[in-house]
Every structure is written in structure tokens, then in C-alpha cells.
Design a protein around this ligand. Structure first.
Ligand code: SF4
Ligand code: SF4
Ligand code: SF4
Length: 334
């Protein structure tokens, strides 16, 4: 029996932004997106498997007219709710509803100024909108985590983004590394050296500003490093897709994580439980083959627990993981 803890549910692939680093290539809605009724039933199925944490995402989840019904349902099932948004649709009315259901908001900021943020997100004016919306969320008592995806275009703006967030009294800031995806220009990917320096910067930010703002990095930065005690990460026990977390696309496709691009089955024609409890599902994590790891991971002493870090991260030139421990042991590849 596999016990689920957290599920990410893409409500729609439709989006009103055109971010250059969008991992799901959002824009138009997918063919055959799930009906209101199917999503309501799915929330019950997820709860039956143990899910107590639901992340509603997109595309832009607020573009779906029935989004508030799902908050009502998730709340009735005692789930903690997180919604990921580009912020464009947030207004006073929506913010009131978010407060009512105790929703945590993840909202993006990828630049310290309009020129950068608007360019990365592909929407003129989105930077100014962010600066208006974040204080409104705070005033209404909605907990908001600002998410910044670091790439070449904004790498040198991190100090200024931090200053802006402190000025706006942001409560939490999550910093993540850009991942390779179809829309992204290869020239935006960070080098291993930049990756390591970013981890050092996050450690420094946490030490200096951690009392004012909760600063965390995501699964893409690790693993087993001397920096670990200064970073948010605790003991890294490997990717949790299919172990206690799952992701469902807007057409019902089930996969491990929104960053992945595969399929374990589709809940439009079979119950979620049949996919989640099947011994054939999520084999890469449930029955991992560490001998297939590449590069430094192959010989690493942590490989049986770590299993090569986040499977959707950039790879080094020898096919191994972007990894702080690897860099500390054998240096940079380039
Ligand atoms: S707002 Fe999110 S879903 Fe929309 S294009 Fe940007 S990254 Fe993709
Ligand atoms: S080298 Fe690979 S297996 Fe070892 S800690 Fe880094 S990512 Fe994990
Ligand atoms: S694929 Fe990466 S980001 Fe997704 S759950 Fe696994 S480690 Fe985390």
C-alpha cells in the first residue's frame, strides 16, 4: 500500500502569460480537460488515498471558472490548499475567497524590475501588477510564497529582488533553478559554477534575512552538501514522486511531478487508486535502478538514498546530476 501525502492538480493548461521557462508549455487549454464533476470526484479519491495537501496549478488555475468549487471541496476533505498563480487574475474579490479557505498562494517574481520580469513572463505590466497584489495578499492575511526561477537573464538581479521583497514585506521566498524545457533558450541555463554560487547566496540570504522572510530553495538545489545545514534542505532522501506525492494534468494524465513529461495512466477512464496502488507505476522511484545513474552519481556514496537528485534537473556534461556534493568532491565539469 502506498500512502499519498501531497497531490498537484493542474486545473487547466490555459494561461494568460507566456513565460520563457514554462515547464508545461502553457497557453491554450488541453483537449479533453477534466470536467467539474470529475475533479470533484478525484479530490475524494485523493483524500481516500491519504492526501492531505493539494496544490492547484495550471496553466493559470484562476482562468477556470469553477476554481472556487474545488477549494470548497478540498476544505471539506480537510486538505491544506496551495494555489500557484502568475498573479494576473488576483483582485480583492478573489483574495477574500482565498482567505476564507485559508489558501496559501505561490506567486511568481522573476525580476527586480519591469524590464526583466515582463520580458521573462511575456506580459507587459505584470511586474507593476505584482507590486500591487503582494501587499494586498498580506493585508488580507493570505500567506504568499514568492517563487523566483533563476536563469541567466535574472542571475545578477537576486540581491535586488531580495531588497524588493523585503520592502514589500514578503513573508516567504522560494528560489528555484530553471529547468531545461521546450520553450527555454539553452543560453538561459545556469553553469555548474553559477549553480553552486546560487546555493551559497541562498545560504547567505537565509543567515542575514531569515528572521524577516522565510527563504527556501526547492528540490532542484542539493544534495548532501557541506552547505546543507545553512540551506533549508534537511536530509535529502531522494525524489518523492510516486512515494508520497503525485501530479495530475488537466486532461487526467497521471505523472510523478509537474516537471515530468510522462504518463502512469489517465484517470478519465480508470479510478485514481488503480494507478496509484499499481505495482507497475512510478517504477523509477519505487524500484529504482541505481546502476543506470550516470556521471559522478554512478560512484557516489549517497546514490542508494539520493538516486541522482531531482530527475528533472539539468544534467552535467557527463550525464550526472547538477549537485553541490559532486561539485565539492570533483569540481565543475566546465
Ligand atoms: S504563468 Fe505558469 S503556467 Fe503560465 S506560462 Fe508562466 S510558468 Fe507557464
Ligand atoms: S552525486 Fe548524484 S547520487 Fe551523489 S549526492 Fe549528488 S546527485 Fe546524489
Ligand atoms: S521530480 Fe524533482 S521537483 Fe519533482 S518531486 Fe522529484 S525531486 Fe522534486
Amino acid at each position: 500500500m502506498y500512502k499519498l501525502y501531497s497531490a498537484t492538480l493542474e486545473l487547466t493548461r490555459k494561461c494568460n502569460a507566456k513565460c520563457r521557462h514554462c515547464i508545461v508549455n502553457a497557453g491554450a487549454e488541453k483537449d479533453n480537460e477534466l470536467s467539474t464533476e470529475r475533479i470533484m470526484n478525484l479530490l475524494e479519491e485523493l483524500s481516500d488515498e491519504g492526501c492531505s495537501n493539494i496544490v492547484l496549478t495550471g496553466g493559470e488555475p484562476f482562468l477556470r471558472e469553477d476554481w472556487a468549487l474545488f477549494l470548497q471541496k478540498a476544505k471539506a476533505l480537510n486538505m491544506q490548499i496551495v494555489m500557484m498563480t502568475n498573479g494576473l487574475k488576483l483582485d480583492d474579490n478573489i483574495i477574500k475567497i482565498l482567505k476564507r479557505f485559508n489558501v496559501t498562494i505561490g506567486i511568481s517574481l522573476d525580476g527586480a524590475e519591469a524590464k526583466t520580469h515582463d520580458m521573462i513572463r511575456g506580459v507587459p505590466g505584470i511586474f507593476e501588477h505584482f507590486k500591487e497584489v503582494l501587499p494586498k495578499l498580506r493585508k488580507a492575511g493570505v500567506y504568499a510564497v514568492v517563487a523566483t526561477t533563476v536563469m541567466k537573464s535574472n542571475y545578477n538581479e537576486l540581491d535586488r529582488i531580495k531588497d524588493l521583497l523585503l520592502k514589500l514585506k514578503a513573508e516567504a521566498w522560494q528560489i528555484q533553478v530553471v529547468k531545461p524545457c521546450s520553450r527555454l533558450l539553452e543560453s538561459e541555463l545556469l553553469s555548474e559554477q553559477e549553480y553552486y554560487k546560487l546555493a551559497e547566496k541562498i545560504a547567505e540570504f537565509r543567515q542575514k534575512y531569515g528572521k524577516k522572510m522565510n527563504i527556501v530553495e526547492s528540490d532542484c538545489i542539493g544534495y548532501n552538501s557541506i552547505l546543507t545545514p545553512k540551506l533549508y534542505i534537511k536530509e535529502w532522501a531522494g525524489c518523492e514522486c510516486g512515494i508520497n506525492s503525485v501530479s495530475i494534468e488537466s486532461d487526467g494524465n497521471v505523472k510523478g511531478c509537474p516537471n515530468m513529461n510522462n504518463s502512469e495512466g489517465n484517470i478519465s477512464n480508470i479510478p485514481f487508486r488503480d494507478i496509484w496502488q499499481s505495482h507497475e507505476s512510478f517504477k523509477y522511484n519505487r524500484k529504482p535502478n541505481v546502476d543506470s545513474l550516470e556521471g559522478f552519481c554512478k560512484q557516489c556514496e549517497h546514490k542508494y538514498v539520493c538516486r541522482g537528485g531531482c530527475p528533472t534537473n539539468c544534467k552535467t556534461k557527463d550525464g550526472g546530476a547538477y549537485c553541490l556534493h559532486k561539485i565539492e568532491t570533483v569540481g565543475y565539469n566546465e
